[in-house]
Design a protein around this ligand. Structure first.
Ligand code: NAD
Length: 316
């Protein structure tokens, strides 16, 4: 039975990954200090093959026994979190990634870094292939997240080249599904919360900026395929279907059957204008591509999470 360590395993993506690895017959050790995640995401897992350890990965840590895969997902990920935790975000990307790569090195485990499309910043190339170096403002408020991930990528490649660690890097594009927090500030949970409580949907700017949204089961399948491949360079994992924020708001209103209207608010600093993965490489080397489209993903999210969880406490 292979053993996988999942840092950030009590978060949105991490908890879905733990579920899927267990389903595929792995033993799973979830490392999470619950900074932005919650035990609620993993409390349904009651099998002896699973354990949660409450560790802060910015401090040195060690796990005994055999380890085959290390999935490194721990990091604040939504703007609300990394703007609240700027230094912590930089420390997780740097010290946290050092410690986790060290663990993979010790155990000769395959390592996967969950990087992000934010390494492309406000891109000048569209759609974004892995060969694009990005256009990031290092000193703006979002820089703490973007640069932490860029540093984590550099570190991962250095551990691979200098120390021979078997590494991989997934550049994850916007993903959605159940277990997203209703108040985490990202577009889909915000729109779902607003639509399901018949409140206005708040679109930033004029809503013409584009995003591409990947349903969580597709994303998790892509992460595991990459971890199980022998590939070392970064690979985009995301859904290339591109929507404006206004399209997204309308899709949410349609799928929820809501009476909500759309209102417009000021655009946040350094908000990217466009975002769309070029997934040619993932198709070629992993045979992977998304299967669930936006509207179907929204329906599945509502069904899996339930209206109450999506509306959350203090609806508004
Ligand atoms: P999340 O906030 O739900 O999960 C992150 C988890 O990491 C949380 O459970 C948190 O408690 C844990 N964590 C944070 N700091 C820690 C520390 N010092 N020690 C131990 N645990 C710590 O976020 P998510 O959306 O699930 O994102 C997971 C990963 O995927 C992140 O690395 C993120 O950058 C990346 N990613 C996510 C998306 C997306 O659309 N969700 C897009 C691009 C990249």
């Amino acid at each position: 039975m292979p053993t996988s360590v999942v840092t950030g395993g009590a978060g949105f993506l991490g908890s879905h990954l733990c579920d899927e690895l267990l389903r595929r017959g792995h033993r799973v050790i979830c490392i999470d200090n619950l900074e932005t995640g919650t035990l609620h995401n993993i409390e349904h897992i009651r099998v002896p093959e699973f354990e949660h350890r409450n560790l802060d990965i910015t401090e040195p840590y060690f796990i005994e026994g055999q380890i085959d895969f290390v999935y490194h997902l721990a990091s604040p990920a939504s703007p609300i979190d990394y703007l609240r935790l700027p230094l912590h975000t930089l420390k997780v990307g740097s010290y946290g990634t050092h410690h986790t790569l060290g663990l993979a090195k010790f155990h000769r485990a395959r390592f996967l870094l969950a990087s992000t499309s934010e390494v492309y910043g406000d891109p000048q190339v569209h759609p974004q292939p892995e060969s694009y170096w990005g256009h990031v403002n290092p000193i703006g408020p979002r820089g703490v997240y973007d640069e932490a991930k860029r540093y984590a990528e550099a570190l991962t490649m250095a551990y691979h080249r200098q120390q021979g660690v078997d590494t991989s890097i997934a550049r994850v594009f916007n993903t959605f599904g159940s277990k997203m927090r209703p108040h985490d500030g990202r577009a889909i949970p915000t729109f779902l919360r607003q639509a399901l409580s018949n409140r206005p949907l708040t679109v930033f700017g004029d809503g013409s900026q584009t995003r591409s949204f990947c349903y969580v089961t597709d994303l998790i399948r892509g992460l595991i395929a990459l971890a199980e491949s022998g590939y070392h360079d970064p690979v985009n994992i995301g859904n290339p279907d591109e929507f404006t924020l206004l399209d997204l708001a309308q899709a949410v209103i349609e799928v929820t059957g809501s009476q909500s209207e759309v209102v417009f608010e000021a655009l946040p600093v350094d908000d990217p204008h466009v975002r769309q993965p070029d997934i040619t490489l993932a198709r070629q080397i992993l045979g992977w591509e998304p299967e669930v489209d936006l509207r179907e993903g929204l329906r599945r999210t509502i069904e899996a999470a339930g209206t109450e969880a999506l509306v959350g406490a203090g609806a508004g």
